[in-house]
Design a protein around this ligand. Structure first.
Ligand code: AMP
Ligand code: MG
Length: 334
């Protein structure tokens, strides 16, 4: 079916919310499953449709800094500098929430994650709705995030979700999430992404210390009922692994593990991030009769033989963060 015009999609998105549906929104990181922050029923529907536990808080997407300030009880100069430097873009700021943000969105926390996405179309939809849009990635809980409209429509019923179609996500993995302690001059990276500590230091200067932390979800493993569920994330439907090894070794690996498909990832971290989830969503190779040739897949990343700058290492760590959570076997012990 031909894609509707942008203005038609904007009006369909606004009507879908009125009709009690969720709206899948394109962003440069991944596609989000959105509901207006002032509609508790639809916010609950995000958790039920995604099968996401209520203790995993949602990020709120805004279309202007003015809108961000409405949802934050203490906006400060550092937040302002970061927002002006990186928005619209793949940086989520965890801030003290205002009373306009319900505890359903934040899983009872007094902080909320705010982000201005880079898609023009999504920004227009938020602007016209004139309310922040809570939107986690538009995939079932623990499964691979979507970076194209078709990834979303193949996973959810049209009765539950209206999918806004735009170009594939250009960044390809989820935003960098940070919190800021302005008085102590500390920025904590809660989830790594394609905005790195070097990028943050460039904007804030060396007086800010950049630390590593955990997301709210990672901090509450005791709330996870099923053992192992805590680490499972971004998972495709087949066994997946990755190896840091030179592409020269591919033939040898194929010989040693004939049941495993080996895919070399690009040496450019930006390209690998952009293509990662599409690669993960690509089914195992099949023969002409549609029968699976392989039982499992292994991505090869060639890092060990190269000299990486600090920034490159950090970009690759963000990618490896996703791959590690998506991995279900290691070649050595299988
Ligand atoms: P998703 O939108 O599915 O990519 O996930 C958003 C991530 O942001 C989750 O893992 C949350 O735990 C994390 N997050 C959202 N709000 C907060 C917050 N207020 N404090 C810390 N982490 C948060
Ligand atoms: Mg997600």
């Amino acid at each position: 079916m031909a894609k509707s015009s942008n203005s038609t999609q904007i009006s369909h998105a606004l009507s879908a919310w009125k009709a009690g549906k969720l709206v899948a929104l394109p962003t440069e990181t991944v596609y989000g499953l959105g509901a207006p922050v002032d509609n508790e029923e639809l916010i609950s529907k995000i958790f039920s449709v995604k099968e996401r536990p209520f203790f995993d808080p949602l990020i709120v997407h805004i279309s202007s800094i003015e809108m961000a300030k409405k949802y934050c009880s203490h906006w400060n100069d550092t937040l302002d500098i970061l927002a002006r430097a990186f928005w619209p873009g793949p940086l989520t700021l965890v801030v003290q929430k205002s009373s306009l943000i319900s505890s359903l969105i934040t899983s009872g926390l007094d902080t909320v994650g705010l982000r201005m996405p880079r898609s023009e179309l999504t920004l227009k939809i938020i602007e016209q709705k004139a309310v922040g849009i809570a939107a986690p990635s538009a995939n079932k809980f623990t499964k691979t995030s979507p970076t194209q409209a078709s990834h979303v429509s193949s996973q959810f019923s049209q009765d539950d979700v209206y999918v806004v179609e735009d170009i594939p996500s250009e960044v390809g993995i989820e935003s960098t999430i940070i919190s800021v302690n302005e008085s102590e001059r500390i920025v904590t990276i809660l989830r790594p992404g394609m905005i790195t500590s070097a990028d943050l230091t460039n904007v804030l200067g060396n007086e800010f210390q950049i630390e590593k932390g955990l997301t709210a979800f990672e901090k509450s493993p005791e709330k996870v009922e099923a053992p192992g569920q805590f680490k499972a994330h971004y998972r495709p439907d087949y066994p997946l692994s990755f190896l840091d090894c030179s592409s020269d070794k591919k033939d040898q690996l194929k010989h040693s593990y004939p049941d495993c498909e080996f895919i070399s990832l690009s040496l450019d971290p930006f390209v690998t991030a952009r293509e990662l989830y599409t690669q993960m969503r690509t089914p195992l190779s099949t023969n002409d009769l549609g029968q699976a040739i392989y039982k499992r897949k292994c991505f090869l990343i060639d890092l060990s033989s190269r000299q990486l700058t600090d920034k490159e290492s950090e970009l690759w760590s963000s990618i490896i963060n996703r791959l590690t959570k998506a991995t279900t076997f290691t070649l050595e012990d299988s």
